[in-house]
Ligand binder design. Structure first.
Ligand code: NAD
Length: 279
């Protein structure tokens, strides 16, 4: 069987085009606020990629940078101000926060209607209940890619490796809403390989570099690789050993250039939706 790479760029472009039309139709200046505490290089790089996307779409970005040693009160005040500000439609706080701010319970502070990063329990509950809300961006990115590739989910067996609150769990719920039959596997799952081998759609979000090889794959399966790692040679790779599964899978998302390419655009979709829904 020949395997096709399911690249993220076409789905991302399609999403970007739709967003441009929606932004025009929205008829107001849309604004995303980004709060960063300290100058962790990963946070700074993520912030730059968000700002670039905002610029591409014509969304205003407001950055709030707090000192790494800021107090819980300072952080809370900044979030409260942005929650109140009617010219700001979405708020994202770079995480994880420094240890001394853990008490803040940041996920409950951003107003659910501005919580474009889908941290608030109300948004997670909506994703679990199939109600309107913001689902975690990575989980939605996987769904967007499946939809763009017109993969049939109804009645199919989807196996998700990983049960984290930001990826595996919400993704299992989104797949369930699309009428897939879902199995969620995790680090304590027995017979992981046997379960994976039954999957029509296999989502790999274990955070273990190149863990999934051909012995996990049902012939013809669609394999969605969520993992992001740097291998021994300094190259980016996923949870899937791409060379090893090539013969068996029908579709495979590459790393880099797969799920991660779509995730940032889902965040932008959330910002636009937040603006549309805010009077
Ligand atoms: P996590 O560490 O919070 O969760 C990993 C999950 O995998 C856990 O539920 C754990 O039980 C399970 N697991 C770990 N080892 C396993 C094993 N050997 N067998 C079966 N299950 C196992 O990680 P996360 O935040 O969910 O992220 C998962 C991966 O996705 C990471 O590589 C992360 O870098 C990547 N990620 C990618 C994107 C993206 O946009 N592409 C976004 C977020 C995270």
């Amino acid at each position: 069987m020949s395997m096709t790479l399911l690249k993220g760029a076409p789905a991302a472009r399609a999403l970007q085009d739709k967003l441009s039309s929606r932004i025009q139709a929205c008829g107001k200046e849309i604004c995303l606020a980004v709060i960063r505490v300290g100058d962790n290089p990963d946070d700074c790089s993520y912030e730059r990629s968000i700002l670039k996307k905002c610029e591409q779409l014509g969304i205003m970005a407001r950055t709030v940078t707090l000192d790494a040693a800021c107090t819980p009160k300072q952080l809370k005040t900044e979030v409260a101000n942005l929650n109140e500000d009617v010219t700001v439609h979405g708020v994202i706080v770079m995480r994880p926060l420094p240890k001394h701010l853990e008490e803040v319970r940041i996920e409950e502070l951003v107003s659910p209607c501005k919580d474009v990063d889908a941290m608030h329990p109300q948004n997670l509950a909506a994703a679990f209940l199939g109600e309107n809300g913001f689902a975690p961006c990575t989980a939605e990115a996987v769904m967007q890619l499946l939809e763009h590739a017109e993969v049939t989910l109804k009645g199919k067996h989807a196996v998700v490796i990983g049960r984290s609150p930001v990826v595996g769990r919400p993704l299992a719920m989104l797949l369930l809403q699309r009428d897939a039959t879902v199995t969620v596997c995790h680090s304590k799952t027995e017979n992981l390989k046997e379960l994976c081998k039954q999957a029509d759609i296999l989502v790999c979000a274990a955070g273990q570099a190149k863990m999934v090889d051909a012995s996990y794959i049902k012939p013809g399966a669609v394999v969605m690789d969520v993992g992001i790692h740097v291998d021994a040679g300094g190259q980016l790779c996923g949870d899937v050993d791409r060379d090893a599964v090539g013969e068996k899978a029908s579709l495979l998302t590459p790393v880099p250039g797969g799920v991660g390419t779509v995730t940032g655009w889902i965040l932008m979709e959330h910002v636009v939706r937040a603006a549309e829904e805010q009077a």
